[in-house]
Design a protein around this ligand. Structure first.
Ligand code: R5P
Length: 257
C-alpha cells in the first residue's frame, strides 16, 4: 500500500487507537429528504467537530458543507435506485474517481448487495472502484447493504463482509449481530458498524460499545445521531464510548443527558 492510501486511511481510522467515529449523512441518495437531514447546513454543522469523518454524497458536499471545515470526506459513489423500489440492489458507480479527487475525498464508498439479484453487478462495481482507487491512492469503503429479504445474522454478514474484503475493499461497513466476533475474525480489513434505524440512545450507545468490544474499528452512524433529540450530546457520547472506552450507561448519563 503506498503512502497516499495509508495517509488517507489514517485520516479516517485514527492511528492513536485504531478507532473511528464516522458520521453518515448519505441517506438521501436513495431515501430523499430523510428526517433530520432536511436542512443539512444547520443540523450537521454543529456535529462536524466531533466526527472523525463525514460520509455523504457529492451533491450535499458541494452545496451544504463549508469547504473551510477540516473533516475527512468519505464520498458515496454508488446509487441508481430509490426507496420506492422493492429491490434496492440495482446500483452502479455514479461518481468518477477524478471527481472524488477534485472533492478531496479521503475514501469512496459503494454498496454491495450479497444474495440479491444484482449481486454480481455490485461485486464487479466494487472491483472496478478498487482498481481505480489503487491507481490514485484512494481507499474504498464497501457497504454491505442488507436487502429487505435478507437476515442480519452472523452467517450472512460474515459472508458479505468477507466477499467485500476479498474483492479489495480497504474498509467494510456492516451491521452488528449476535456472534459479531466471527464477522470480525474472518475479515482481513477494518470493519465499521452502521447504526441502523433510530432506536433509543441507550441502545445505540450499547451497539457502539459492543461493536468495538468485539473488534470493530468503530461506527459509521447516521440516524441514531442526527435524529436524536440532542444530536451534539449523542455524538459526544458515541465518541466517549468508541474512543474513550466509556460504558454505554455512563456515556448516556454523563454525556448525553
Ligand atoms: C445507508 O445506505 C447509508 O450508507 C448509511 O450511511 C448507513 O446506513 C449508516 O447510517 P445509519 O446509522 O443511519 O444506518
Amino acid at each position: 500500500m503506498d503512502y497516499g492510501m495509508k495517509n488517507r486511511l489514517a485520516r479516517i481510522i485514527k492511528p492513536e487507537d485504531g478507532r473511528t467515529v464516522m458520521l453518515a449523512i448519505d441517506h438521501g441518495y436513495f431515501m430523499g429528504p430523510t428526517s433530520g437531514l432536511e436542512n443539512v447546513d444547520k443540523s450537521i454543522a454543529p456535529l462536524l467537530g466531533y466526527a472523525d469523518s463525514l460520509m455523504l454524497t457529492r451533491g450535499i458536499l458541494r452545496s451544504k458543507i463549508d469547504a473551510g471545515v477540516d473533516i475527512p470526506v468519505v464520498l458515496r459513489v454508488s446509487g441508481g435506485t430509490s426507496i420506492l423500489k422493492d429491490d434496492l440492489s440495482d446500483e452502479d458507480i455514479t461518481v468518477s474517481m477524478e471527481d472524488a479527487i477534485r472533492l478531496n475525498a479521503s475514501a469512496v464508498a459503494l454498496s454491495i448487495f450479497i444474495g440479491s439479484k444484482n449481486e454480481k453487478q455490485g461485486i464487479i462495481n466494487l472491483a472496478k472502484l478498487v482498481n481505480k482507487g489503487y491507481e490514485y491512492g484512494i481507499p474504498v469503503l464497501a457497504v454491505t447493504a442488507v436487502g429487505r429479504e435478507m437476515s442480519r445474522d452472523v452467517r450472512y454478514l460474515s459472508l458479505s463482509v468477507r466477499i467485500a474484503a476479498e474483492t479489495g475493499a480497504n474498509i467494510v461497513k456492516t451491521y452488528y449481530c449476535d456472534g459479531f466476533e466471527r464477522v470480525v475474525e474472518t475479515c482481513p480489513v477494518p470493519i465499521v458498524v452502521a447504526g441502523g434505524k433510530k432506536t433509543g440512545e441507550r441502545d445505540a450507545l450499547e451497539l457502539a460499545y459492543n461493536a468495538v468490544k468485539y473488534g470493530a474499528a468503530g461506527v459509521d452512524m447516521g440516524r441514531n445521531i442526527f435524529q436524536s433529540e440532542k444530536p451534539v450530546n449523542m455524538i459526544k457520547a458515541v465518541r466517549a464510548v468508541v474512543h474513550g472506552g466509556l460504558m454505554p450507561e455512563e456515556a448516556y448519563k454523563k454525556i448525553y443527558l
